[in-house]
Design a protein around this ligand. Sequence first.
Ligand code: PHE
Length: 332
Amino acid sequence: MEWVSNILQEITQCKQIRDLEALRLKVFGKKGLLTSEFSALKNIADDEKKQLAKELNKVKQNIESLLTTKKNELEEFEFNQKIESQKIDVSLFNSVLSPTYGHPINITFDRIIDYFVGMNFSLKYGPLVEDDFHSFEALNLPKFHPARDMQDTFYFNDGMLLRPHTSPVQIRTMEEEKLPIRIISPGAVFRRDYDMTHSPMFHQVEGLVVDNSKEINFANLKYILEDFLTYMFGDIKVRFRSSFFPFTEPSAEVDISCIFCNGLGCRVCSNTGWLEVLGCGVVDDNVFKAVGLKDVSGYAFGLGVERFAMLLYGVNDLRSFFETDLRLLEQF
Ligand code: PHE
C-alpha cells in the first residue's frame, strides 16, 4: 500500500481546509482508497484476511488522527488570519475631520430648547424611573381610569415604572418650585411599542406655565405654540383640534400644514394636508388639587422629539435614529 505514505505526505503539506476535505474523501469516500481496500478483503483467504484487516484498521486510525490534527491546525491558522485582517489600530490618528456634528435627535432637542430658553423658560429634569402618583394619579388618571390604557407602560415588580411621558415632571415642578412656573422638560420616555413610527424608548419635551394671574390662558398657549412651530418648520399653517387629556381641560392636539406637500395632501400626511405634532391644554383643576395649589392657572404641552426630527429631516423609519449607523449620522 504505497498510497498510504503518499497520502500522509499530502495531508501534512495541505494548506487549506477545503483541500483537506478533498483528501479525506479520496481516502474514505465511497470509492476512496481505503474503502476499496476494505471491500477487497472479501476476496482474500481467511487466514490472511485477519492480518490484513488489522493493518487496514491501523492505517485508518493513522490517517484519521493526522486529518484531525491538520484540521485543527488549519482552523487555528485561518482564525488568526481573520483576526489579523480585521484588526483595528485604535491608536491611529485620523487627520480627516468627520463631517458629523451631532445626532439628529440632539440637534432637534437643541433647537426646541433654544426657542423656549429664548422665551424665558427654564429647564427642569425628572427621573426616568417614576412612581404611580407622579405618572398617573396626580395627573388626574386615577386607578382603573380608562385613559390609562392610552399608555402602555413598563412596570417594575415593586410598582415603580418607566415613565411613559414627561408629564410627571409637571407634578414634580409644582411640588418643588415657587410660582411663577415656566419650564420645559426634555427627556427620554418609554412605552411598549415598536414599529416604523414607535420605539420603546423615545424623547419628549414637556412644557408647563403656572401662575396666579389671569394672563395664563388658552390664548397664551396658542400664541406661543404657533410661534414655536413657525420657528421650527418655517412658513406653515397651524391648527388646534379639540381633544382630550386627563390632565388638561380644555385640551387640544396641534397640527401643522404638511411640510412635504404644502397642505395639498400626500402619503406622509395620509392625504389630509395636516401633520399632528403636539398635545396641549389648560391645566385641569384636579391636577392643581393633587399638588395643593389654589387660585392659580396654567397651561401645558408635550411633544415627541423623534416625530419632529423625522419631519425636519425626512427620515421615515424612526428606528434608524437608534441604529448608530454612521451612514445616517454622517449626514448631520
Ligand atoms: N403627555 C401627553 C402625551 O404623552 C402630552 C401632553 C402633555 C398633552 C401636556 C397635554 C399636555 O401624549
